[in-house]
Design a protein around this ligand. Structure first.
Ligand SMILES: Cc1cc2nc3c(=O)[nH]c(=O)nc-3n(C[C@H](O)[C@H](O)[C@H](O)COP(=O)(O)OP(=O)(O)OC[C@H]3O[C@@H](n4cnc5c(N)ncnc54)[C@H](O)[C@@H]3O)c2cc1C
Length: 672
């Protein structure tokens, strides 16, 4: 441990470099906004130091916010209420259809309502440890600090959090922690929180401070004199290409888990907004950090396009097991006696049991299936499933109590699988769920392009190499309600910036590039749909950049992705025209951005020859198969700069930012 003023300069200590030849090395970077001093004072001091914008001047400042999920919706409501002119964009027909609405399980906050030893510091500690010491400690502390405000804010909005018999807000536990700090609204927490943010935003629409642009897809960032000054968006209904100018641009555009084709994300979730910004100069940080969630309904066949999450909250009361003997895998689970069941998480991790973090639970499920002890139907020659069993919980609490807590999740499972989880155990298997990687931002949530701020899942976030359950909603709302409004004002205090006209060369260039790209998609006139490329990319990513990654596999994936990309540009078929609703055209743009991102994810994973959180390199594990970090070589954020398309000989440029811990000691994680 040190006092935070010394630079560790570990970033240059990397000894192994599997990705040599795939990238070029840029300068090391620092987070110039990173605060110093005692960790508990850093955010308070920063809020005070940041300059103010007086109310009369706010009315002269234009703010574009792309995204209306929890991060974007909360930011639009707050910035609108502060008096700025906000333009809010989303590609759905309503802001409240943003993917955040799908979140089920809950939202964390260090309220210590259960008096079970929780505190701001413990939430901070759990989150840093859960992320395998690959996040920034100042950011995580701030997140823990504002977590309690989020709950107060949402309760004031009328969000119907679950309550105990006496009327107090209830809590449950999520993975990676030993306290109960997760606030929830049955299995619909995201929906209720989003309705709160949406209503707050609509109030500002009524007040005239927020203008809404639904069914608009942002396809380019406008950068003038090195500052973000607007966006180019396509009206998805009419096909019109529109230019929107502003003093500052915020991207709250969600995560890119759909790069794997099959994921629990909403079908529309994509990387285009972030990737277009990346191609304009914004760094993409830790792109390979992906979260694979352990409790999803298993893949059932080749023709699936979507996976369904069964909330992590189910691990509070459900017990996970597989048969001890392979011969039992085909049996009805109810006929397998207790002594022939392996409750493997309880066996391997007695302290945390079924509540180990997601990365660990996922990997162990895979191990069980790899050993031939998976359950459920064969998909190919493999059974992908483990049991999540509520028999004990039903015996202990009664069916009614289980139904009250998890009823809608049980119904959803029954509708999708045709099986009754009250009668026999659910079958679950890991699936892609969330990305910890995203656009690089400093402590103020500003990317390396001045005037381009990034919030929510779209930024590289506060979760390091693995996010703890119920922490994404916390981060999205922390960013939107509390952090961004306090940091962006320091940037806006220099505004309003000189007006930019629509015929400024940088604006014309951005618009022309969008138009040319659309024309190119439509003119290839090959034989394959964008969807078929997406599916093939997903297979490559899952196979070689999924739950376990190896040097040989990642090299192979990069070759395959490059072949796929070349084929895309020569053999794509887009139906219809540009001047109307055209989902085939929308998909083409999103898929090719996924292909380029997938390539970078593999290069990032190849470079990081260590295992940490969700990034498990086969070459770096302990004797008992746990993730093995190499802090001396890899305690850095990998911030990648666009270096041109690999088809034209371009290579990404790697900038490293040291991770420095002063308030917490880096340790090998243990949940045993
Ligand atoms: C099934 C599921 C359950 C989950 N449950 C939980 C949970 O219980 N607790 C928890 O903490 N986390 C949970 N998560 C994670 C959490 O839901 C997300 O991380 C979070 O909601 C992301 O919010 P966001 O505001 O960053 O982005 P999103 O909600 O994804 O919103 C993105 C917005 O950006 C817009 N957008 C994107 N690109 C463009 C573009 N090019 N042009 C215009 N608009 C664009 C979209 O229209 C949308 O409005 C869950 C995730 C899934 C998949």
């Amino acid at each position: 441990m040190h006092d935070g003023t010394q630079a560790l300069n570990q970033a240059s200590n990397q000894l192994s470099d599997d990705a040599h030849g795939y990238y070029t090395r840029g300068e090391n970077i620092i987070d110039a906004k990173a605060p110093v001093g005692p960790i508990k004072d850093r955010w308070t001091n920063r809020k005070f130091e940041n300059r103010l914008v007086n109310p009369a001047n706010r009315r002269k400042l234009d703010v574009i916010i792309v995204g209306t999920g929890l991060a974007g919706g909360a930011a639009a409501a707050t910035m609108g209420e502060a008096g700025y002119n906000v333009k809010s964009f989303c590609y759905q027909d309503s802001p409240r259809r943003a993917h955040s609405i799908a979140a089920q399980g809950g939202i964390n906050a260090a309220k210590n309502y259960k008096e079970d030893g929780d505190s701001t510091f413990r939430l901070f500690y759990d989150t840093v440890k859960g992320g395998d010491y690959r996040s920034r400690e100042s950011n995580v502390y701030r997140l823990a600090e504002v977590s309690a405000n989020i709950i107060d804010q949402c309760v004031a909005q009328g969000v119907p959090f679950a309550r105990e018999y006496g009327g107090l807000l209830d809590n449950r536990s999520f993975g990676g922690v030993q306290v109960s700090r997760t606030f929830y609204a049955r299995g619909q927490t995201g929906q209720q929180l989003l309705l709160g943010a949406y209503q707050a935003m609509e109030r500002q629409v009524g007040a005239g401070t927020v203008q809404e642009f639904t069914r608009h897809e942002m396809l380019e960032v406008i950068v003038v004199d090195d500052r973000a000054r607007g966006i180019i968006a396509r009206n998805m209904v009419t096909g019109e290409i529109e230019t929107h100018l502003a003093d500052v641009v915020v991207l709250a555009t969600g995560g890119y888990g759909n790069v794997f084709f099959l994921s629990t994300n909403a079908m529309g979730s994509n990387v285009t907004a972030a990737w277009r910004a990346h191609r304009k100069g914004a760094y993409m940080a830790n792109p390979c950090y992906t979260q694979i969630h352990p409790t999803c309904i298993p893949v059932s066949g080749e023709h699936q396009s979507k996976l369904t999450l069964m909330s992590e909250s189910l691990r509070n009361d459900g017990r996970i097991w597989v048969p001890k003997n392979r011969e039992d895998c085909e049996k009805d689970p109810r006929d397998i006696p207790e002594e022939d069941r392996d409750y493997y998480l309880e066996r391997i991790y007695p302290s945390f049991g079924n509540l180990v973090p997601r990365d660990i639970a996922s990997r162990q499920a895979k191990n069980m299936c790899d050993e031939g002890r998976g359950v459920g139907p064969l998909v190919g020659d493999f059974r992908r499933g483990v049991y999540l069993d509520f028999a004990d919980a039903i015996a202990r609490m009664g069916k009614k109590a289980v139904e009250t807590k998890y009823g809608n999740l049980f119904d959803m499972y029954a509708r999708i699988t045709g099986e009754d989880p009250y009668e026999s155990p659910m079958r679950i298997y890991p699936a892609v769920h969330y990305v910890m990687g995203g656009l690089w931002v400093d402590y103020d949530l500003q990317s390396n392009i001045p005037g381009l701020f990034v919030t929510g899942e779209a930024n590289f976030s506060d979760h390091g190499a693995n996010r703890l359950g119920a922490s994404a909603l916390m981060q999205g709302l922390a960013d939107g309600y509390f952090v961004l409004p306090n940091t962006i004002r320091d940037y806006l205090a220099d505004g309003p910036f000189e007006k930019v006209s629509e015929d400024h060369p940088a604006v014309v260039e951005a618009r022309t590039s969008v138009e040319e790209r659309i024309t190119r998609f439509l003119s290839i006139n090959g034989t394959r749909s964008a969807d078929s490329y997406h599916k093939e990319l997903g297979h490559i990513m899952w196979e070689y950049c999924g739950m376990e990654r190896s040097e040989d596999g990642l090299r192979k994936a990069i070759d395959l992705i490059r072949e796929l990309k070349a084929d895309f540009w020569s053999n794509l078929k887009v139906l219809g025209t540009a001047d109307s609703l055209n989902q085939s055209l929308e998909k083409a743009g999103r898929v090719v951005d996924f292909i380029e991102l997938g390539e970078l994810m593999c290069i990032d994973a190849l470079n990081r020859r260590e295992s940490c959180g969700g990034h498990f390199r086969a070459e770096s594990q302990t004797e008992d198969g746990e993730a093995l970090r190499h802090d001396d070589e890899f305690a850095y954020v990998a911030a990648w700069e666009w270096g041109g398309d690999s088809l034209d000989g371009g290579q990404p440029v790697l900038h490293k930012e040291d991770l420095i811990y002063t308030a917490i000691e880096m340790k090998q994680r243990s949940y045993k």
